[in-house]
Write a protein that binds this ligand. Structure first.
Ligand SMILES: Nc1nc2c(ncn2[C@@H]2O[C@H](COP(=O)(O)OP(=O)(O)OP(=O)(O)O)[C@@H](O)[C@H]2O)c(=O)[nH]1
Length: 199
């Protein structure tokens, strides 16, 4: 390993040298030659870089800036159809789909793009769909000091599609923080139904 001059030190919150060694070992375990031309960059650069990006959700420095503005009403803000990609901690395979987020503002509202940025940031870690849904909801409640946050996530897990049960299905998870009124609950549900019906 040490003869490979392009080995780098720890950066991006991941131990790059370990990631390189691990990828080499995995390739060898699969009966591949990690030094053949097609695989050289795979273990040296591509896989460590990819996992550095896909685990940014564990890095506070990568968290988006949640710029806020004074709230002018307490009406629910609903953002539907946010695409997300995450990694299942059981098989290290992606699960991906659509997130729908709503919050009742406290003193402030956040820039609309930040809701999608926040979902993307949180999704970039090894997790389970249920935990991710909770993390996004509780994280947003904290960030926005919002008395009510609703998050629904609909996802396909490649560990179920590509292997194992080999069935493509959708898993829905929802977290509610706070106490929605009937009107708020219905508004969120109607927005989710509209967004899901459009696909
Ligand atoms: N609840 C939950 N389960 C998940 C999630 N992602 C993957 N799983 C499941 O985690 C389980 C792991 O089960 P194990 O029996 O330990 O692993 P396995 O032998 O690979 O299971 P199969 O996928 O059924 O072949 C599987 O049933 C997966 O479908 C998730 O986000 N939430």
């Amino acid at each position: 390993m040490t003869q490979h001059s392009r080995l780098t030190q720890t950066e991006d919150g991941i131990d790059r040298e370990k990631a390189q060694r691990a990828t080499r070992l995995l390739l060898e375990a699969l009966g591949e030659d990690p030094d053949r031309p097609g695989l050289q960059d795979t273990w040296e650069r591509r896989v460590p870089d990819t996992f550095a990006t896909l685990t940014e959700g564990t890095q506070r420095e990568a968290k988006p800036t949640m710029r806020t503005f004074d709230a002018e009403s307490e009406d629910l803000v609903v953002k539907t159809g946010i695409p997300f990609y995450s990694l299942c901690e059981h098989h290290l395979l992606p699960f991906h789909g659509t997130a729908h987020v709503a919050y009742r503002p406290g003193e402030e509202v956040v820039g609309l793009s930040k809701l999608a940025r926040y979902v993307r940031w949180q999704s970039r870690q090894l997790t389970m769909q249920e935990r991710l849904t909770n993390d996004i909801a509780s994280g947003l409640a904290d960030e926005l000091d919002a008395p009510l946050v609703l998050v629904e996530m609909n996802a396909t897990h490649l560990c179920e599609s590509m292997r194992g049960i080999e069935t493509e299905s959708t898993t829905t998870t929802r977290t509610t923080i706070g106490d929605p009124t009937d009107v708020e609950r219905e508004r969120f549900q109607a927005a989710v139904d509209r967004a899901e019906g459009q696909r």
